[in-house]
Design a protein around this ligand. Structure first.
Ligand SMILES: CC(C)(COP(=O)(O)OP(=O)(O)OC[C@H]1O[C@@H](n2cnc3c(N)ncnc32)[C@H](O)[C@@H]1OP(=O)(O)O)[C@@H](O)C(=O)NCCC(=O)NCCS
Length: 327
């Protein structure tokens, strides 16, 4: 048995690594996450914000478990994000622990002081093998997100019912690239979102989005075969007051994601969240020719966001808990 490193240059190794990770994700009733090619782009590319690589524990040709590692390069340079996945038949034999030890060693060598990871669990209790493992290995639970799903498409009548434009705001939409005119304000809004979004006790810094970083993220998304729909609301003075983003990838067309929804503090309380979401649904559904599941994650303490989602018809399917281990 040995630990191998996975960096994407050897495609055959990468495919074994990915297949195991994806098989474990598919155990969930509503699996989410990147496809093979999307992941490979992360493992092979140079990205200023993140380096991504992994480890596998293998016995001959058999892969017992993997660790997927995200190394933040700009903010959060004290953290390594780790996802562990152990093949079902090898669980409770120490595979996860062995991979974790190897990850901790790499992280220390790189000068990182914190391992951070998420575990999916039951929608009500949040508990699972992942949470039991994290607790047994000394991780501390720092944050909870509720995973909600909504089956699409919504009917035209339902969208009409939900559609409540807010007077005094113009709705603007775009696809893969933020128009130059809105780029700077959009970058500011993305940064403000990372400050405001509830992250519990997590020892994570907010992200500073520059216009260059937005463009780099857009280019990366295109390279990965992903697509996005953005809707913003702009007030009479030309201030970008709210935005929402949804998207997915050609590789997994039945998995769609509701990413950020953000309303600037001075514009809150006017139902702008819904006012940007509904036109975004319309844009997305105009190109949707098959049923799909829309996924979203929000802190249960973020009651306004959860309430908007419940009103839209989202239902809870799991809890994702975030854990940290000081090295
Ligand atoms: C979580 C996971 C990685 C654990 O891997 P593993 O190889 O089974 O873990 P180990 O054998 O090293 O277990 C170490 C300890 O964790 C605890 N533990 C692990 N699984 C457990 C379970 N199902 N129930 C209770 N305790 C558990 C135990 O204390 C165990 O020690 P013990 O077997 O001596 O009692 C594996 O169950 C898995 O892949 N689950 C699905 C994906 C996931 O949840 N990943 C975690 C996200 S980072």
């Amino acid at each position: 048995m040995q630990i191998v490193t996975v960096d994407g240059r050897d495609r055959a190794t990468f495919e074994q690594f990915f297949e195991l990770r994806d098989a474990v994700r598919r155990e969930s009733e509503f699996p989410a996450g990147l496809g093979l090619e999307e992941s490979l782009v992360l493992f092979t590319g140079e990205h200023s914000a993140m380096r991504v690589d992994g480890l596998g524990l293998v016995d001959g040709d058999t892969w017992l478990g993997i660790a997927w590692l995200d190394w933040w390069l700009q903010e959060n340079t004290h953290v390594v994000e780790v996802e562990l996945a152990v093949a079902a038949q090898y669980r409770r034999t120490g595979v996860g622990s062995r991979l974790l030890e190897a990850v901790a060693e790499l992280a220390r060598k790189d000068g990182r002081r914190l391992l951070s990871g998420s575990a999916l669990g039951d929608a009500t209790t949040g508990e699972s093998a992942g949470t039991a493992f994290a607790a047994a290995r000394g991780f501390v639970r720092k944050h909870v997100d509720l995973h909600q799903v909504l089956e699409l498409p919504l009917s035209a009548e339902r969208l009409d019912e939900l559609d409540q434009p807010v007077a005094g705001y113009e709705i603007i939409q775009w696809r893969e690239h933020a128009p130059e005119e809105w780029l700077e304000q959009f970058a500011e809004a993305l940064s403000a979102m990372t400050v405001d979004v509830p992250t519990g006790e997590l020892d994570h810094d907010p992200i500073t989005w520059t216009t260059e970083r937005v463009r780099e993220a857009e280019a990366l998304r295109i390279k990965q075969g992903r697509f996005s729909f953005t809707t913003v609301a702009v007030d009479a003075d030309g201030q970008l007051a709210a935005y929402t983003q949804m998207g997915g990838s050609a590789a997994n067309p039945d998995r769609l994601y509701q990413w950020d929804t953000f309303v600037r503090p001075e514009h809150r309380g006017r139902r702008l969240g819904m006012a940007v979401k509904v036109p975004n649904f319309r844009a997305l559904q105009a190109e949707l020719d098959h049923p799909a599941v829309l996924h979203t994650w929000n802190a249960p303490t973020n009651t306004p966001m959860i309430a908007v989602n419940v009103h839209l018809g989202f239902r809870p399917v799991a809890q994702r808990t975030d854990w940290e281990l000081e090295l």
